[in-house]
Structures are given as structure tokens and as C-alpha cells.
Design a protein around this ligand. Structure first.
Ligand code: AMP
Length: 285
């Protein structure tokens, strides 16, 4: 069932709550691929009812980012969802979510602002305000759908850590279910932004997973010094890659590590053909 208004969703949720059914929410920006589908499958398997939101959230895009050209494929998204057993696809307009004329400045909208310590690093450094937009929209979706479980991909690990923190700090009655990164056979993490890459760009983009796998294999051999682990990556990089960051941080607090351990996640962001790509790996396991 494709719904565009908050009122329609609320009405259906009220019915399900009355029947005592559990509700899973999978928030997305659409252009669904098998990464999204893995979250959807988990929700359908675990919950009595599943809601997938498809909303390209304007307030999480920074000036100069790809808001206007972000891929929008609602028809195929809806088909993927109905084939997967989704009960509601919620695809609101920006006006529906933020009001007529949607004045998005924080002079006019109540934002949920996660702690600066979590947002001044990694993607937050170049995407100022991005996680404020994410936390605000996810909070709104939680209030609209009132899910028991919400499914998020480890592909966006900083986002996942920040949302877990938000749920804990604000006592939001939802359980966050982290889901593994889905990759192509080549190792490339699936992303809606991979559509911007040429065939050659996709090959160049393998550098992210190669660097991360190499670091993990060095860690497994006993190297724990972060400087030494980082240095193993340089030989993978060439003039087609513009590295934004390669950082070793704690899986819960995002504190920087100088010695890697099982609580460490390695985060990478780099540009290929001017497309910004991110990936990460947990050193445990
Ligand atoms: P997006 O539409 O990019 O906002 O992503 C919606 C959700 O799908 C987020 O929780 C992402 O982390 C998750 N996701 C995107 N790509 C992948 C992937 N390759 N593997 C697992 N989850 C993913």
C-alpha cells in the first residue's frame, strides 16, 4: 500500500496497534537496491507489519550536494517493496513532512541535534548539519510510525551509532536493529550513489573495500599500531582517488584509537569521479 500522507499512515498504525501487532520501520531515501532489500527482508521476517519510508530528506543535504539530482525511482521501489511483503510504503512530499513552503532553516523548525562530539568528525566534518537533518527526520518517522523495531545498515556506520545514541538519550521506545553491509561480488558496497559511476569508476571504487580488507588482515596478523595499519593503504591509492579520511574509531563512542583493538571500526571516505563514497569495517571477528 503506497501512502503519501502522515494522517493515512497514522490511521493504519492505530489499527495495527489495536490488534497488538509488532511494527518494523525501514527508513530509506529510495532508489532501492539489494542493500535496502536486506533490511526490508529482516523486518518482514521479524515483525508482523513492515513500513518502508521513501523520502529524500532535504534537511540532511548540505549546500552543493546532490539533492536535486538524487535518483528518484518510486515506481520500481514500490514494486520491490510489495514483492518483499512490505505493508506500507510511506512516500511523503517535503511539504507533507515539513509544512507548506517547508521553511527548513533551524530558525523555523525544531531540530534534534546529536552531540557535537559525534558529528564533528568523519562524514560530519565535510557534511556540516547532515546528522542534525538525519536525527530530525528519523525522530519524526518514529513519531509517525511508532515502530517496535527500526532497521539501519552498517553501511552508514556513523549514522547508526548516532541514531543508537539518540534513541538511548531520548528514551525512544524502539529497538534499533543494525544490519550487515551488502556488497557486490567485487567487494563494492551497494549504494544509490554508485549509479553516478562509470564502469571504470566502479573498478576504481574497489579501492575502499581493498584498503579495509587489507587493514583487517594486517590486524589479524597482529599489527595494532594505527599509524602502521594506515600506512599499508597508501600503495592502493592512485591519482583517480581523492582520499577524504581513513580513521580508526571506537564502535560506540567514535573516540579515536591509536592502538587498534576488537572495538575498533575503520572508516573510509574517498571520491572517485567526484562521487563521494564511504565504507567501513569492524576489526572484530
Ligand atoms: P539510504 O537510502 O541511503 O538513506 O539508506 C537507507 C538505509 O539502507 C540505511 O540504513 C543504510 O545504511 C542502508 N543501506 C544502504 N546501503 C546499504 C548496503 N549496501 N548494505 C546494507 N545497508 C545499506
Amino acid at each position: 500500500m503506497l501512502l503519501h500522507t502522515i494522517a493515512e499512515v497514522r490511521e493504519q498504525i492505530k489499527e495495527w496497534k489495536k490488534e497488538g501487532l509488532t511494527i518494523g520501520l525501514v527508513p530509506t531515501m529510495g532508489a532501492l537496491h539489494n542493500g535496502h532489500k536486506s533490511l526490508i527482508d529482516k523486518s518482514v521476517a521479524k515483525c508482523d507489519r513492515t513500513v518502508v519510508s521513501v523520502f529524500v530528506n532535504p534537511i540532511q543535504f548540505c549546500p552543493g550536494e546532490d539533492l536535486d539530482k538524487y535518483p528518484r525511482t518510486l515506481d520500481t521501489d514500490e514494486k520491490l517493496c510489495s514483492d518483499a511483503g512490505v505493508d506500507i510504503v510511506f512516500a511523503p512530499s517535503p511539504n507533507e513532512m515539513y509544512g507548506e513552503g517547508h521553511i527548513l532553516s533551524n530558525d523555523f523548525l525544531t531540530y534534534v541535534i546529536p552531540p557535537f562530539f559525534y558529528t564533528d568528525k568523519l562524514c560530519g566534518k565535510s557534511r556540516v548539519g547532515h546528522f542534525d537533518g538525519v536525527c530530525t527526520v528519523v525522530n519524526k518517522l518514529f513519531n509517525i510510525v511508532q515502530p517496535d523495531f527500526a532497521f539501519f545498515g552498517k553501511k552508514d556506520m556513523q549514522q547508526l551509532i548516532i541514531l543508537k545514541k539518540m534513541v538511548k538519550d531520548l528514551n525512544i521506545p524502539v529497538e534499533i536493529i543494525p544490519c550487515p553491509i551488502v556488497r557486490e561480488d567485487s567487494g563494492l558496497a551497494l549504494s544509490s550513489r554508485n549509479k553516478y559511476l562509470s564502469e571504470n569508476g566502479k573498478k576504481e571504487a574497489l579501492v575502499l573495500s581493498r584498503i579495509l580488507l587489507n587493514i583487517k588482515s594486517c590486524y589479524n596478523k597482529g599489527i595494532t599500531d594505527v599509524k602502521a595499519l594506515s600506512e599499508t593503504s597508501y600503495s592502493f591509492l592512485n591519482e583517480n582517488h581523492s582520499l577524504e579520511y581513513l580513521e580508526f574509531r571506537d564502535k560506540d563512542t567514535l573516540e579515536e584509537k591509536s592502538i587498534a583493538d576488537d572495538d575498533t571500526i575503520v572508516f573510509i571516505a574517498l571520491r572517485v569521479e567526484n562521487v563521494r563514497l564511504i565504507d567501513n569495517i569492524e576489526l572484530k571477528g
